[in-house]
Design a protein around this ligand. Structure first.
Ligand SMILES: [Zn+2]
Length: 850
């Protein structure tokens, strides 16, 4: 049995809703399986909209009764909503519906997690709460009354009356329904306070399950820093009397920016030194900032329709990256973001799921919360800022807030403020929003009579639905170095906007060495036929922290490619060049730790495929192992020096300085383990008083095959802590050798604590398997089969998480015919599942190219 073909929705078909919503009053009578939702909504005709039937979205709702202006009506109800005849003027709509929060495993709309009620409405979850025009361009004020025995009852806005068994909230700021939130349960709060720049007192709370209060202090500080930063840097002040954050265990995403009531996956807000790694702390800080920043970029100025998702997400990711750079290290943040972009967004952009930053059609919007919309969307903002300059960027943003506060906007509105603020024509720049795929830039150079010339060529390969591409505006930051290593041209921004373009630089006695794409000034692939000598030179001398790191990265990549293709031994020029950098104690330890990294195995597979080879996951694994082994053996005197430098004696703090040293220590330990078989890791495991050290030790013990006792000890210590147990589940797959990946994953799915309906736990296990390149792509197809089995099972329970995890298969066409055939068979098996969700159907069809 197969559902009807899902409907495709197009950007070009946008029409405004025929009515304005003047006010919304909701009453919730909470009961786990039969919550009643009473709505009173004032509608008035929208004179700017074309004539249309009165249609309200609604899914999984039991309509108890409906009235218009007090008179009972009988609407036409379908699975997707209702239609009813309405008066020609303004009117009051009233409805009572019954919903089943406890039975809601999809975690969209109102659902229950560990006995507490919570909501997730973005993108289209509000229609599972009551009948409503559930689209972001319909904005209204909300008044909410919650009735129930729960100790704590929260909604958006400011608290109003409360008493025995009820609480009322009013949000004075008009908002779309996707920002609605309700939370009720026996929660406790970690309180705080903030005084805004105009002197207004704001009450802050982080709400958690009893017992988690001791994991809130860091999140609270991060929230205050975010509020202050948005005032200092963007001039944006908070606009309610209270700001609440709630931690929820069962959550599909990281966190949600509901107005005044952010709901967080507990993994993204709870943190303590004993249970969280440095990386967890940094992530908590960044996500709290991200959701807080949405108050202006997303909530007060929202999206007209879901095609404009990047309007709020690209800008807010860009803002949270600025924040993290300011709080921590700018170069380390930039490099980490590029690693992430190349690891997640480039494969998406270069495969069957490729789509523009602003897609033009979708079947299920949940499938477009992607690295392209978020991370490439943020890169586009970064390029715009580089092109217009910091001062003009600030002016344009002020204009954006002035002009569009309270509105639901489009990318056209966004670009128009930049055009108006700067006088620039951004028509060509707009292609970054409409054209999918990663541009490839090739470079050639010449030198004559003291003039150095760089010629760039750009080409974007075809992507689904877009066979032809036009040239993009590529901000290309370059610098030039003398052969002796001195910089002779400081960073200069070239505006490269034609298919082929030459830039000349004169006045040189000798041919300079170019340092290209400084700061990763555009999300492109640079195909430079540069010799390794040049990369080694840049690794030693470049003044730009990004290009210097990237030179080392490219050397590592070329070395690994050689090793895979020819069985060559590692290039000593790379290893020695890297050693010189590692010995430079003036460089940030975190930067040196990043230098020690190599491209991911999946990235290498893509490089090989791009060059016309069929990547062999086992050969790639082996090359990476050999390279690490050679480094370890070569650096026997360097490693103890670095380990000593990485040692932290002060009490634990997750700050940038200490975490930089621990990052270096972890990189060193992974090489040391190759020499001592895990002895140093065992010592560290025994002594560790924080999760960062404990986990890096455990990871090396797993790698060394000395993990039985350590895994048991870790389990016994942490079995009561669900977030730490997610790490325990994931790490034993992530850190192991390829042949153990599938058997371990299978064994862990039989573990009594494998609660597969909890998205964090499911992702910890299945996500770790997917990410283990050689393990997942095991030649017998066992990894593919196991993942497909579980995706088929999860689809009935949680389509959104299932669909996202299908992306594990997106790179399937890279591999050999045997693996392709096995993956295709698994994708077909998923697609033929009875009652397949719309989310998964769309993803699998796109991946198959069907
Ligand atoms: Zn966001």
């Amino acid at each position: 049995m197969k559902a009807e073909a899902p409907q495709t929705i197009y950007l070009k078909d946008y029409t405004p809703f025929g009515w304005h919503v003047e006010s919304v009053h909701l009453t919730f009578r909470l009961a786990p399986n039969s919550t009643r939702v009473l709505s009173k909504i004032r509608f008035a005709p929208n004179p700017d909209a074309p004539a249309q039937d009165f249609f309200l979205h609604g899914e999984m709702l039991k309509l108890i009764g409906a009235k218009i202006d007090g008179a009972t009506v009988t609407p036409d109800v379908t699975d997707e909503g209702l239609t009813v005849t309405v008066p020609s003027g303004a009117f009051l709509w009233e409805a009572e519906v019954e919903i089943d929060p406890k039975g809601n495993t999809a975690l969209e709309g109102l659902y229950m997690s560990n006995g507490m009620y919570c909501t997730q409405c973005e993108a289209e979850g509000f229609r599972k709460i009551t009948y409503y025009p559930d689209r972001p361009d319909v904005m209204s004020t909300f008044t909410v009354r919650i009735e129930g025995d729960e100790k704590v009852k929260l909604s958006n806005g400011n608290p109003q009356e409360a008493g025995e068994g009820f609480a009322e909230w009013h949000d004075p700021w008009p908002k779309p329904a996707y920002l609605f939130a309700l939370v009720a349960g026996d929660l406790v709060n970690f309180p705080g306070a903030f005084t805004t720049m105009s002197g207004k007192q704001v009450e802050l709370n982080i709400w958690v399950r009893p017992g988690d209060e001791d994991k809130c202090a860091f999140g609270m500080e991060a929230l205050k820093k975010s509020m202050k930063w948005d005032e200092d840097v963007y001039g944006r002040e908070y606009d309610l009397d209270i700001f609440n954050i709630v931690a929820v265990d069962d959550f599909n995403m990281g966190a949600m920016e509901n107005k005044g009531l952010n709901v967080f996956n507990s993994s993204c807000v709870l943190a303590s030194p004993e249970t969280s790694t440095d990386a967890n702390f940094e992530r908590v800080e960044a996500i709290i900032a991200h959701e807080y920043f949405h108050n202006w970029t997303g909530n007060r100025i929202t999206c007209r329709d879901w095609f404009q998702l990047c309007l709020k997400e690209g800008l807010t990711v860009f803002r949270d990256a600025q924040f993290t750079s300011d709080m921590r290290s700018e170069p380390v943040k930039r490099i980490s973001d590029v690693i992430d972009l190349r690891g997640r967004q480039f494969p998406e952009d270069q495969g069957p799921l490729s789509h523009p930053v602003r897609p033009e059609s979708f079947q299920e919007i949940n499938n477009f919360y992607t690295a392209t919309v978020y991370e490439k969307g943020a890169e586009v903002i970064g390029m715009l800022k580089r092109l217009v300059g910091d001062e003009a960027y600030a002016r344009a943003l002020d204009l954006y807030f002035d002009r569009h506060d309270g509105q639901a906007c489009t990318i056209e509105d966004w670009l128009k403020v930049f055009e108006d603020a700067t006088g620039r024509d951004l028509a060509q720049f707009k292609r970054w929003y409409s054209q999918a795929g990663t541009p490839r830039v090739s470079v050639s150079e010449s030198f004559a009579d003291g003039t150095y010339s760089l010629t760039f060529r750009q080409e974007t390969p075809p992507t689904p639905g877009q066979p032809e591409k036009a040239p993009q505006v590529i901000p290309m930051a370059v610098g030039l170095l003398n052969p002796n290593g001195d910089e002779v041209l400081p960073t200069t921004l070239l505006e490269f906007n034609q298919s082929e373009q030459t830039f000349n630089f004169s006045g040189f006695a000798a041919k300079p060495v170019p340092s290209l794409l400084r700061g990763f000034s555009a999300p492109v692939v640079l195909d430079r036929e540069a010799g390794r000598d040049e990369q080694a030179f840049l690794l030693a001398h470049d003044t730009d922290t990004f290009t210097r790191w990237d030179a080392g990265r490219q050397l590592a990549r070329e070395t690994l490619v050689d090793m895979v293709l020819t069985g060559a031994t590692p290039d000593m020029a790379y290893i020695d060049g890297l050693e010189a950098v590692l010995r430079d104690e003036t460089l940030d330890p975190a930067y040196r730790a990043l230098m020690m990294g190599t491209p991911s195995q999946s990235e290498l597979a893509q490089v090989l495929a791009d060059r016309g080879h069929v990547p062999d996951p086992d050969a790639i694994w082996q090359a990476a192992e050999t390279l690490a082994q050679v480094k370890a053996e070569r650096w026997t005197d360097l490693l103890p020096r670095l380990a000593a430098e990485a040692e932290v004696t002060a009490p634990y703090s997750p700050d940038a300085e200490q975490s930089a040293r621990r990052a270096l220590g972890a990189a060193v330990l992974s090489l040391q383990t190759r020499l001592d078989g895990g002895a140093a890791a065992e010592t560290q495991f025994g002594r560790a008083d924080n999760m960062t050290l404990q986990l890096s030790a455990l990871s090396n013990l797993i790698r060394a095959g000395r993990d039985d006792a350590a895994l048991k000890a870790f389990h016994d210590q942490w079995q009561g802590d669900r977030l730490v147990m997610d790490k325990w589940f994931g790490l034993q797959i992530a850190a192991t050798t390829p042949e153990k990946v599938v058997p371990r994953t299978e064994a862990l799915t039989a573990h009594p604590a494998f609660d597969w309906k909890n998205p964090n736990r499911f992702r910890a296990v299945m996500g770790a398997m997917m990410m283990h390149h050689a393990g997942f792509h095991s030649v017998d197809g066992a990894g593919y089969r196991l993942l497909a089995d579980w995706l088929i099972r999860l689809d009935d329970v949680n389509p959104q998480t299932t669909a996202r995890m299908c992306s594990a298969f997106q790179t399937w066409r890279r591999y050999d015919a045997g693996r392709q055939e096995m993956i295709r068979a698994e994708l077909e098996r998923i697609r033929s599942k009875p009652k397949l969700s719309r989310d998964v159907d769309e993803m699998v069809s796109r991946i198959l190219g069907a």
